[in-house]
Design a protein around this ligand. Structure first.
Ligand code: 4AD
Ligand code: MG
Length: 473
């Protein structure tokens, strides 16, 4: 049985049942005739109280001497109503097995509360803390809800490649993939290609990189199968040390054929609401914990999100609102000036969704110069059919657009943006052979985890964060 099956989901029908529980020791209070051991298995915030009676547990003293905080245990015992405060049930042990001991002097996790920064230095042990385990549970629930939502909507799950030659965002922020020189000599050579391929440089015959986005593959499949979505790791060599950026993060990227920007925003709103609704239902205990320790407004924020429709504002109007605000009172927000053509800063984005609209907000129809080459030109000649979803506390959660499906326009755009048409030959083919209006977006999964849990730093939203200067674990 899992600890949560007893502490959270259990009822009085459990009383008297013999169970086996396996987990790690949180605390132990030993006495001569009996001991209290609190064990946790990662399934809930609370630990299960195990009562070990010297007369019932064999080898009582020898076993107890090996149990310290962190030790792995297997306990067989009978569930009883607990006379103590703080828990409804406890287990009266019949046998306690120390599966793996733990030296209390060397174990870095102490009973006291550790700072999140300290825990990053022991990322392999931090899932044993309540905060990181709760994040991992909520994250898992969000992933499940993501697949559930798209599968129920008839989308196919596409696994796009991690190694690619295409720079989807055209921003030059890709990590290059090379081989280890020592191993290259052992690689099979392609006959007749020995001169052309420098294996130590280009294993693939041409430069290859870690993908920044699965979008371009998504477009190929959407233009064959209708609606698809990807959900996997993406990489950005951005040298930014912020609480919102990782070098390796996960993105959910739906791509829909025969869909325009409005369809895109509708789908994004339905998706975000569906997954938040799911965690409100499935992760009650963890959300209450996050509200108590990390964000007092958490539940109010999440409930507003699922019940109210998202705000929608054109970029041009958003800029006007910001200018109005700056003219009135720059002091409070300290944000830089904005004009048509300004890439909105986090401060601008947060003002829009936290102050002005006070809920999730789509900003759409951005200036074409500040957005990616693949976005569809609007008829005004100045903007593209792009949309960002901004949410309170985080800022940009989603970036998406209707894609340029017109061959001539796309070729002109590549040239204008200084990108090589040859590199995108296959992508252009999609506009040659049965081109259709299509749209999609990317949701940053770790930013979503920050939003849903209220943890501030994205380094807590992923198991082993990769940031400039740090990829230890
Ligand atoms: O806005 P972005 O760059 O859009 C794309 O990559 C499109 N190709 C997506 C698409 O249309 N299919 O990134 C999408 C989202 C952002 O809104 C943000 O939430 C997240 O990905 N993101 C990051 N998250 C963590 N660390 C980073 N360095 C991130 N860069 C983007
Ligand atoms: Mg973006």
């Amino acid at each position: 049985l899992k600890v949560r099956d007893i502490l959270i989901n259990g009822d009085d029908s459990l009383i008297g049942q013999r169970v086996t529980v396996k987990g790690w020791t949180r605390t132990i209070r030993s006495q001569k005739t009996f001991s209290f051991i609190e064990i946790n298995d990662g399934s809930s915030l609370g630990g299960l109280q195990v009562v070990a009676d010297a007369e019932k547990v064999c080898d009582y003293e020898a076993v107890l001497s090996k149990i310290h905080t962190g030790a792995a245990l297997g306990v067989v015992g009978v569930i009883k109503a607990s006379p103590g405060k703080g828990q409804k049930y406890e287990v009266a042990a019949e046998s306690v097995e120390v599966v793996g001991g733990c030296d209390p002097e060397a174990y870095p996790l102490q009973k006291k509360r550790h700072t999140l920064e300290f825990l990053r230095g022991i990322a392999h042990l931090r899932p044993r803390t309540n905060t990181l385990a709760a994040v991992a549970r909520v994250r898992s629930a969000l992933a499940f809800a993501t697949h559930k939502f798209f599968q129920e909507q008839g989308f196919y799950y596409l696994q796009s490649p991690i190694i690619t030659a295409s720079d989807c965002e055209g921003a030059g922020e890709m990590f290059r993939v090379t081989t280890l020189p020592g191993k290259v000599s052992e690689l099979p050579r392609v006959e007749g290609e020995e001169d052309r391929i420098d294996y130590s440089q280009d294993f693939f015959g041409a430069p290859a990189y870690l993908t920044v986005s699965g979008q371009l593959s998504g477009e190929a499949y959407a233009c064959a199968m209708g609606d698809v979505y990807t959900f996997g790791p993406t990489f950005r060599a951005e040298n930014s040390q912020t609480t919102r950026h990782l070098a390796e993060f996960n993105m959910i990227e739906p791509e829909m054929a025969f869909a325009d920007l409005q369809d895109n925003m509708r789908n994004a709103e339905a998706y975000v609401k569906a997954i938040v609704r799911h965690v409100l239902k499935e992760c009650e205990e963890d959300l209450a914990f996050f509200e108590k320790f990390y964000d007092k407004t958490l539940m109010a924020r999440l409930k507003t999100l699922v019940s109210e429709s998202f705000a929608r504002v054109e970029y041009t109007e958003a800029v006007r609102l910001l200018q109005e605000e700056i003219a009135k009172d720059r002091g409070a927000w300290q944000f830089p000036d904005v004009d048509f053509g300004t890439d909105l800063q986090t401060e601008h984005e947060r003002w829009l969704c936290e102050k002005k609209f006070q809920r999730a907000t789509f900003v759409y129809n951005y200036p074409r110069e500040i957005k990616a080459f693949y976005m569809r030109d609007n008829e005004d000649g100045k903007t593209v059919a792009a949309m960002d979803l901004l949410v309170p506390g985080v800022g940009e959660l989603i970036g998406g657009s209707q894609r340029e499906e017109r061959l001539g326009r796309l070729e002109a755009k590549l040239e204008e943006f200084g990108l090589d048409k040859e590199d995108y030959w296959w992508y252009l083919d999609l506009r040659r052979f049965g081109s259709v209006p299509h749209s999609g977006y990317g949701l940053g999964f770790e930013r979503l985890v920050c939003y849903v849990t209220g943890v501030e730093n994205i380094r807590e939203a992923i198991a082993f964060p990769r940031t400039p200067g740090s990829a230890t674990f």
